[in-house]
Design a protein around this ligand. Structure first.
Ligand SMILES: Nc1nc2c(ncn2[C@@H]2O[C@H](COP(=O)(O)OP(=O)(O)O)[C@@H](O)[C@H]2O)c(=O)[nH]1
Ligand SMILES: [Mg+2]
Length: 290
């Protein structure tokens, strides 16, 4: 985990050896935290050490699915999957890029919302299938998980953001260059739903108004209201209405017991796939109620 006392510009990339796509997934779990002071040579050294190779060339994926060689650390961003070679070319076939199989689909998602609503709990429930009671609220972290949806594999790249950081600039970074967002509020706290309005406005500035950008609106901590209906401060109908306004799908979850958590991510992947399809194949945007 990133040390919260480190400079907030520290971010994490995942590194793997340059080998063909049959490489085992485990090597993708090796990571390096890039601090603002880190130099290129230090990055190579640290990467080589973690991978057990002499690190010489560094390749990063482009949005189009190819890999480009880079020479500077500022070409990296949080959550990147970086391929390290010992000097040989990227091992990706004639077109200079990795051969993209259907299973190489990659979806970049940010989990957004106010502090304390359960963004980290949801993310960790999904990625690791456990519930965290106490998670450092200042930690911003990137996770990867490969999931099968409708018989097709998808590599999800999740950015669990730190909601109490109200800096506009940070939010802008979290929301730029993503395929989808998960907007989270807590059904026992009405203000947490309203706090999402500013994320939505920023989304409209970044992605354009009326874009069919995939968003799931998550009303979390459903378990609290199941136990004690008086705890509910946002009704199902209010959640559904806000989702409609956001052009989102509404799903209520419990990170505590796992209810509907997988459904959030599966629905999200389907929406991303629909968006990628020709316009006449795009289905209705909202609102599935759970
Ligand atoms: N009962 C209940 N508590 C939750 C749920 N999700 C998160 N929490 C708790 O709410 C607090 C804040 O969760 P956290 O994931 O750190 O929120 P974040 O700031 O949005 O990342 C923690 O104490 C969690 O254990 C949930 O679904 N049900
Ligand atoms: Mg958190």
């Amino acid at each position: 985990m990133l040390n919260p006392n480190q400079d907030t510009d520290t971010f994490r990339v995942f590194i793997r050896k340059n080998q063909n796509s049959s490489s085992n997934e485990e090597s993708n779990q090796v990571y390096i935290d890039i601090t603002p002071k880190m130099k290129w040579k230090q990055f190579l050294k640290a990467s080589g050490k973690k991978l057990g190779i002499k690190a010489v060339n560094v390749y990063v994926p482009t949005r189009g699915g190819n890999y480009n060689e880079i020479k500077f650390l500022d070409e990296l961003k949080n959550g990147d999957i970086v391929v390290i070679s010992e000097g040989e070319d990227f091992n990706g076939g004639k077109n200079g890029g990795m051969k993209r199989k259907a299973s190489d689909e990659k979806v970049f998602v940010s989990v957004l919302g106010a502090g304390g609503v359960g963004k980290s709990a949801l993310t960790l429930r999904f990625v690791r299938n456990f519930f965290v009671q106490d998670w450092d609220p200042t930690i911003e972290d990137a996770y990867r998980k490969q999931v099968q949806v409708d018989g097709k594999s998808c590599n999800l790249e999740l950015l669990d953001t730190a909601g109490q950081d109200d800096y506009e600039a940070l939010r802008h970074t979290w929301m730029t260059d993503r395929d989808a967002y998960i907007f989270v509020f807590s059904v026992d706290k009405a203000a947490s739903l309203d706090e999402l309005n500013s994320f939505f406005e920023l989304h409209e500035r970044i992605n354009g108004k009326g874009s069919n950008f995939p968003i799931i609106l998550v009303g979390n901590k459903k378990d609290l209201t199941d136990e004690n209906p008086g705890e509910r401060k946002v009704s199902l109908n209010e959640g559904r209405k806000r989702a409609e306004r956001f052009g989102a799908t509404y799903i209520e979850t419990s990170a505590a017991n796992g209810e509907h958590v997988n459904h959030v991510f599966e629905t999200l992947i389907r929406k991303v796939r629909q968006k990628g399809a020709p316009a006449n194949q795009v289905g209705p945007q909202c609102c599935n109620i759970m």
